[in-house]
Ligand binder design. Structure first.
Ligand code: HEC
Length: 456
């Protein structure tokens, strides 16, 4: 049974989650990667007694402490909040499977919080060796939190054997787990390189500054290159359906190209940093590069999102939270089949009682509810909205209610990225009538109430 639908007019709920998630990735990848770099630099700082370098690291730690821990936790909670209202059933499904995964992650997160404060406030007050150990504890625990969360993220792309067994680790160590873990590990180091360059811009000129610039460049270039290799591996591990969507949906293609292009721009920037030229880390330029990188992350995350369409949990739950297939291991039954036979409205508690049975008076409202329950997670209902339903229908050219009814009937088979319609034939006609009514300047005769209710 579904929860009431959350609609974000013109933009779509998916876009809201995507925007928050992109903001989240920037601080959290820096938080996980940054301390490997800090540790590396601190070792050198102590070895060469370079106070300037040590001061730089302290500032770098402060950046992570403030930027990552404030924006990272706000956006992290934001993702939970937004997903809970937009896709409550997906979150519920994930919690039921992975609550211990998250609990473990939070333990490591707690270690991170404690060690980063300790690290920052013991700077110069404890033995260098001890201090570096604290940094290393942070670096490991932050990375381990990535090791854990990646299992859950990858599960949402490719649940693997879990679909047969329902086992925790079968879903966790799924086909895209390792490529994704290695890829993200490299990305966290590249992102840290970018922030290291930004902070280098605030140092006074001299050999230490040059050294930091070159290190950021080397660090970034190596991890980005390895990251690209892992990305290729990741790509080939994706199911055929994801590859088809990538070649068939223009938006997905554009996002893919944007992320590739920006990867190349970043590689170029890192390569230039190898020259150690100070002009490259002028705050305006470095900040611009971070914005560019941010757009690239957005592109990459959109591709990831599109790759699992039409599913939230591939093989089980559609993006619109309707259970798509039986899952014997968990005793879950397909809802699509049931709704297609028994009807959607009858079987969902939140449907107002007066709309449960379609008649001459309520068919438009019922049609609206059915359309939103089925489609609003991916399409907006406004003419100029993002992935606008009326817009797409107009482009498709089948704008009469009866053509739309045919479209809805075969939607799940004809499009690999859209779910099958959940509703019985009468409900399908009501949805078709509603969709026809939101198409601007629709020249077709509106359907008769008789047709919607009785099919003739
Ligand atoms: C899982 C996400 C998803 C859901 C749910 C979804 N769609 Fe789509 N739909 C897409 C994508 C992706 C496209 C490709 C165009 C784009 O990128 O916006 C698309 C395209 C379309 C098109 C254009 C098809 C063509 O051949 O030009 C129509 C019409 C459409 N959807 C109608 C619907 C209707 C009606 C529903 C609900 C019953 C629905 N969609 C549910 C993702 C979805």
């Amino acid at each position: 049974m579904l929860y009431p639908i959350f609609e974000f007019p013109g933009v779509g709920g998916g876009m809201i989650i995507a925007a928050i998630a992109t903001f989240h990735i920037l601080p959290c990848h820096l938080a996980t990667g940054g301390f490997w770099m800090a540790w590396y630099l601190e070792r050198r700082g102590h070895a060469t007694h370079d106070q300037e370098l040590l001061d730089y690291i302290k500032r770098f730690a402060l950046l992570i402490l403030i930027f990552c821990f404030v924006t990272g936790s706000i956006t992290g909670a934001g993702i939970w909040f937004a997903s809970t209202i937009i896709s409550p059933r997906a979150i519920s499904g994930l919690i039921h499977n992975y609550v211990w995964g998250w609990a473990t992650e939070w333990v490591f997160f707690l270690i991170e919080v404690v060690t980063i404060y300790t690290y920052y406030y013991t700077f110069g007050k404890v033995k260098p060796k001890t201090h570096m150990r604290i940094g290393l504890i942070y670096a490991w625990s932050a990375w381990i939190s990535m090791v854990i969360i990646t299992g859950i993220l990858a599960f949402m792309m490719t649940p693997g054997k879990w679909l047969e067994t329902g086992g925790f680790f079968d879903g966790f160590f799924n086909p895209t787990y390792w490529p994704q873990l290695f890829y993200r590990t490299m990305m966290m180091l590249a992102i840290s390189g970018m922030f290291a360059a930004l902070l280098a811009g605030f140092m006074k000129s001299g050999p230490t500054k040059t050294y930091v610039i070159k290190t950021a460049g080397r660090w970034g270039l190596i991890s980005l290159s390895l990251g690209a290799l892992f990305a290729v591996w990741y790509y080939f591990k994706l199911p055929a359906n994801a590859h088809e969507t990538l070649s068939g949906v223009p938006y997905d293609q554009i996002m893919f190209k944007i992320s590739l292009g920006i990867g190349a721009v970043m590689a170029l920037y890192f390569a230039l940093l190898l020259t150690g030229r100070e002009i490259l880390v002028k705050p305006v330029l470095a900040l611009l590069m971070i914005v560019v990188m941010f757009v690239g992350i957005g592109g990459g995350e959109s591709v990831r999102e599109y790759s699992r369409r039409p599913y939230l949990i591939p093989g089980v739950m559609y993006s619109n939270q309707i259970v798509a297939h039986d899952l014997e291991a968990k005793g879950i039954k397909s809802e699509v089949t049931r709704y297609q036979e028994e009807g959607f409205l009858q079987n969902n508690y939140f449907v107002p009682p007066e709309w449960r049975r379609i008649d001459e008076k309520n068919y438009m409202q019922a049609g609206m509810l059915l359309t939103k329950a089925n489609c609003v997670i991916c399409h907006t209902m406004e003419v100029n909205g993002r992935s606008s339903l009326p817009g797409l229908v107009t482009e498709m050219g089948s704008t009469s209610a009866s053509e739309l009814n045919d479209f809805l009937e075969t939607m799940g088979e004809d499009y690999n990225f859209m779910p099958a319609f959940s509703g019985n034939p009468q409900e399908r006609r009501a949805a078709a009538a509603f969709i026809a009514s939101i198409v601007p300047d629709n020249e077709n005769e509106p359907p008769t109430a008789e047709w919607v209710v009785n099919g003739e």
